[in-house]
Design a protein around this ligand. Structure first.
Ligand SMILES: Cc1ncc(C[n+]2csc(CCOP(=O)(O)OP(=O)(O)O)c2C)c(N)n1
Ligand code: SF4
Length: 250
């Protein structure tokens, strides 16, 4: 019988340890499939962060370097500059990349570092118990904003891809979601393009993926997908936010 589906070689045999309904696993699978399709597993070095996202180093079958909280892009910069022939990507939660690591997101994009960054935005700090993050939506209840995010007190959510897209060193920026099969296919296309940008030696490539955290949102897996679709997608600008001319031709 013809085999129509197999586990990608980009993942190890370690079972995912995420909560039921967490979409970290889908995003990791997409990156792993892209690495396999581009035949770069052996040449890729991932940089892992802190948080649930940080478990990625156990699941991908490429090499990995662990970074302190928020520093993945700084570490990625060093690795890529020392080993320019390697493919370097960071996998970071929104707390990691848009709070403690904001400066690295801005400066690695401004410098046009030839690395690929994947941001997994679940609108809270996942691993530590669902605290409010810079990405938390207006009015959203979290463990540290039990009455909802009050913009007068806590400011407004940061749409990091839009900020990064404004920096000249960023050549490809996309914001995608994994809430439906159609959007999962779009997300994979964006991730693949981001890796191709690096393989072509162009500048900084950045993909933000909207993701669920059923445990800290207090919702079922199915309710979480609906909540993401109805609440996060209207707030965060979706699609390819920046595609430079040189990227168009890839
Ligand atoms: C310097 C430092 N500060 C704080 C922490 C505590 N900490 C561990 S995980 C985490 C939250 C990570 O959230 P996010 O990046 O959104 O990833 P997620 O868990 O949602 O995947 C924090 C604040 C830490 N490990 N190191
Ligand atoms: S706490 Fe949230 S982000 Fe972490 S594994 Fe569970 S659902 Fe996923």
């Amino acid at each position: 019988m013809e085999k129509v589906f197999a586990k990608t070689k980009g993942l190890t045999d370690v079972p995912f340890s995420f909560c039921p309904g967490c979409t970290h696993g889908i995003i990791m699978r997409l990156i792993a499939e892209v690495m396999e399709e581009l035949e770069i597993i052996e040449d890729t070095i991932g940089i892992s962060p802190v948080g649930c996202a940080g478990f990625c180093q156990d699941f991908f079958s490429c090499d990995f370097v662990g970074a302190a909280h928020g520093r993945a892009q700084a570490v990625g910069t060093g690795v890529k500059r020392a080993l320019p022939d390697k493919v370097v990507f960071t996998y970071q939660g929104d707390g990691d990349i848009a709070a403690i690591g904001t400066q690295h997101a801005i400066h690695s994009a401004a410098r046009g570092e030839k690395i690929t960054s994947i941001m997994v935005n679940n609108a809270i700090f996942g691993m530590t118990g669902g605290q409010m993050a810079p990405t938390t939506l207006e009015g959203m209840k979290t463990s540290t904003s039990p009455f909802g995010r009050d913009t007068a007190l806590n400011g407004y959510p940061i749409d990091l891809p839009k900020v990064v897209a404004n920096l000249p060193g960023a050549v490809y920026v996309a914001s995608v979601s994994v809430d439906s099969p159609k959007n999962i296919i779009q997300a994979k296309k964006a991730i693949k393009k981001a890796f191709k940008v690096q393989l072509a030696g162009l500048g900084f490539s950045f993909v933000s993926v909207l993701s669920t955290c059923p445990t800290n949102w207090g919702l079922s897996p199915v309710e979480s997908l609906k909540w993401l679709r109805e609440n996060m997608m209207p707030v965060y600008e979706m699609g390819e936010l920046k595609v430079t001319e040189e990227v168009e031709s890839l």
